[in-house]
Design a protein around this ligand. Structure first.
Ligand code: 13P
Length: 399
């Protein structure tokens, strides 16, 4: 009965039924299958075999496809309110819907964008012309994703650091998001260099990401693993490298301990750069050298895609850095999952005016194409505006 009811729900979107990355997949039980090895041995291991394994691999590969990356449009209502306020608009559901409709319906967006991360409101929302946002994305050949974390709160016992909430009740939410058409998930936690980072904060961040990743895979969602090492601070690039090595070592330790299947995850790291308030500035070549060195030391080649966040870099800077990382072949697909570095000039061009929708969509397509070229290592920096060169770092930024 329960399986039949879920099957009906899954079929609620004929667009999703037809999409490439779902073909050949049938409805599975929500719970994972467990295989006990050496049952008589006192040190018996429990090996988890997710019933969604093939689908997870397929989804991850689709998102990590050549010349494409992720549009992060999952700002919480509070953050979206800040964006709308910057162009003089009120933070109403109608204004958020109008803006997100503009983004998802930019013609031909799927040529450059393989996945879009949505906030829960958007996952269940329709466009201003009454189509499901999710269906518009699928028609554009873009995989819908969902932000599942519940944001950051102070971490007691630490050095004024934070931890990420959202594990309670997560498995029922991820099951519903799958039924609604999401095929991947995002959980963003942060690590602050000026505040430590303390061993406690790093461990908590890594453990939370690993629990979330296991739960998401169990519901058929590819988890994006995002421990953002904040740009805040006046430290040099070597210090960022040192902290990033520690953080990724712990993240992979706990991912393995939670039996997460590495072929069915995506990573969303920060690039290795000097702190935003450092006197040193790094060239794209230096950022690429440090970041690739970090990835080679810490990330197994089984992971299909590395989708960077922009973290306050300017649009052009984020694209140049990505391009520098793709000048020779990498073991993983090295790409983007930008929010600010894809949306900033688009939002300003729109300004909340219906007559500017086309120009704003053109701006989004221009940025998406620039990053698509950077994913292929072919970006030249031609035709960039002054606006796109402006940094977006905000001290103590909360997403
Ligand atoms: P930025 O690219 O603006 O840093 O956003 C990152 C993010 O996590 C959005 O999903």
């Amino acid at each position: 009965m329960a399986a039949a009811a879920s099957a009906t729900l899954l079929k609620s979107s004929s667009v999703i039924d037809k999409c490439e990355w779902v073909k050949g997949q049938s409805l599975r039980q929500a719970s994972a299958a467990f295989v006990r090895c050496h049952p008589t041995s006192p040190s018996a291991l429990t090996v988890r075999a997710s019933s969604y394994a093939d689908e997870l691999v397929k989804t991850a590969k689709t998102i990590a496809s050549p010349g494409r990356g992720i549009l992060a449009m999952d700002e919480s209502n509070a953050t979206c309110g800040k964006r709308l306020a910057s162009i003089g608009l009120e933070n109403t559901e109608a204004n958020r819907q109008a803006y997100r409709t503009l983004l998802v319906s930019a013609p031909g967006l799927g040529e450059y964008i393989s996945g879009a991360i949505l906030f829960e409101e958007t996952l269940y929302q329709s466009t201003t012309d009454g189509k499901k946002m999710v269906d518009v994305l699928v028609e554009q050949n873009i995989v819908p994703g969902i932000k599942v974390d519940k944001g950051l709160v102070p971490l007691p016992g630490s050095n004024n650091e934070s931890w990420c909430q959202g594990l309670d009740g997560l498995s029922s939410r991820t099951a519903s998001y799958y039924q609604q058409g999401a095929r991947f998930a995002k959980w963003r936690t942060v690590v602050s260099i000026p505040n430590g980072p303390s061993a406690l904060a790093v461990k908590e961040a890594a453990w939370g990401l690993a629990r979330y990743a296991a739960i998401s895979q169990d519901s058929g969602l590819v988890p994006i693993v995002e421990p953002e090492i904040l740009l805040d601070g006046d430290h040099g690039i070597d210090r960022t490298f040192e902290v990033a090595q520690k953080v990724w070592a712990e993240v992979f330790f706990y991912l393995a301990e939670n039996n997460v299947m590495f072929e069915g995850i995506l990573l969303k790291p920060s690039m290795v750069t000097p702190g935003a308030e450092s006197k040193d500035k790094a060239t794209p070549q230096q950022v690429a050298d440090y970041t690739l060195k970090l990835l080679h030391r810490r990330i197994p080649p089984a992971v299909p895609g590395i989708m960077f966040l922009s973290g306050g870099q300017s649009e052009v800077e984020a694209t140049l850095n990505l391009n520098a990382m793709n000048q020779s072949p990498n073991p993983w697909h090295v790409s983007f999952s930008y929010a600010r570095a894809l949306q900033n000039t688009c939002l300003k061009t729109w300004g909340g005016r219906p007559e500017n929708v086309k120009a704003a969509q053109d701006t989004l397509l221009f940025r998406a194409k620039a990053n698509s070229l950077a994913q292929l290592g072919k970006y030249t920096g031609e035709g960039e505006s002054e606006e796109a060169k402006k940094g977006m770092f905000v001290k103590g930024y909360v997403y």
